[in-house]
Design a protein around this ligand. Structure first.
Ligand code: AHG
Ligand code: MN
Ligand code: MN
Length: 332
């Protein structure tokens, strides 16, 4: 079986500019992901709590730290100027290059002990002369600046979902050949049949989104006139891949709790790369007010509200928010 990912990256390398560097970083990530998936699958990856907290105040699990270390090691010879990670307080200067990488080395940590799919999310940004080599400027770029983005899913299969701005591709690793042997292009159905939320948070949600959700729950007996299903994996990569495969809408809004006043997902290495993959597959991704990829980047580990999935459904959900904002302003 051909190494389809190698063929894809070889063609990418020939596109000039920094494409050769982009291809080299993705190849390094893909090799490291095989190693991490094997460790998880064989149960040799440590579980339990690592004890320390990351910049988001979340307890770092040993696998979070192992994944971060594994990717950092694999990227030592990649053409990277700097590396930012959920598990590193500050960016790390690397050997030099025209690209910067932001990573969620292990997404879905709460699922590690439950054999539910977890993953790795990555975002590649250009390093431009005006950045003066300073990571705080490089990682302050909005999501539309991304050169490439994607995520690995460590499930029954090892998957790489990748976009370089010309569509979103899914590569499947074949452990019998040791190659990423299959590739399919992802296209998200415009209409959603499923929604994906942490329903335990609903009471904290903005009222307009609660009304929107009620419409989904009422299904055929309500204003939507058709039934919906609900799926929530608790791993962004698993929910994201399912939506890439069969459509749907994922909502993790900001809510009334101080801890969730800006949502729960980090813009730089979760929302932006997922948004890029979703848009390139014909879907939409919003922060509830506007296009996620146009949202200015806040702090390195800044959180954002995230709504993504089937284009028509994201439009309906965000229209609910916009209408309520208009009503509440008029009522003031
Ligand atoms: P991470 O494990 O990298 O911290 O990410 C977990 C994220 C994301 O994978 C998922 O969508 C979300 O946390 C689930 O949050 P809740 O547990 O609050 O539902
Ligand atoms: Mn994550
Ligand atoms: Mn993580």
């Amino acid at each position: 079986m051909d190494d389809v990912l190698k063929g894809y990256l070889d063609r990418l390398s020939g596109e000039g500019g920094d494409a050769l560097a982009v291809a080299a970083v993705i190849a390094a990530l893909a090799r490291a992901a095989v190693e991490l998936h094997a460790a998880i699958r064989n149960g040799v990856a440590p579980t339990g709590d690592g004890g320390r907290a990351n910049a988001s105040g979340e307890v770092q699990k040993p696998l979070d730290l192992l994944a971060d270390e594994l990717f950092l090691t694999a990227l030592q010879s990649a053409p990277l100027h700097c590396y930012a990670s959920e598990e590193q307080e500050q960016p790390i200067l690397m050997g030099g290059g025209s690209l910067a990488l932001a990573m969620d080395p292990l997404d879905g940590s709460s699922n590690i002990e439950t054999n539910i799919a977890v993953g790795t999310i990555f975002s590649l940004l250009p390093v431009l002369p005006e950045h003066g080599g300073r990571p705080e400027r490089i990682f302050a770029q909005a999501g539309h600046a991304q050169r490439a983005a994607g995520f690995f899913v460590y499930g029954a299969q090892l998957l790489l979902i990748l976009t370089c701005g010309a569509g979103t591709e899914c590569f499947v690793f074949d452990p019998t050949t040791g190659k990423y042997g299959r590739r399919t292009s992802c296209r998200i159905p415009a209409q959603a049949c499923e929604y994906s939320i942490n329903a335990a948070n609903r009471r904290h949600w903005p009222r307009p989104l609660q009304r929107y959700l009620r419409g989904l729950e009422l299904g055929g007996a309500g204003p939507r006139g058709r039934d919906f299903g609900m799926r929530y994996a608790g791993s962004l990569v698993a929910d994201g891949y399912r939506i890439l495969q069969r459509g749907g809408i994922f909502l993790y809004p900001a809510d009334a709790r101080d801890s969730h006043s800006s949502g729960r997902l980090r813009q730089l290495y979760e929302a932006n790369p997922i948004a890029f993959c979703i848009e390139q597959a014909g879907g939409a991704a919003s922060d509830g007010v506007g296009r996620m990829l146009d949202r200015p980047q806040g702090d390195l580990h800044g959180k954002v509200p995230l709504i993504f999935g089937s284009r028509d459904e994201v439009e309906i959900a965000t229209r609910h928010l916009a209408q309520s904002a208009a009503v509440s302003t008029a009522a003031e």
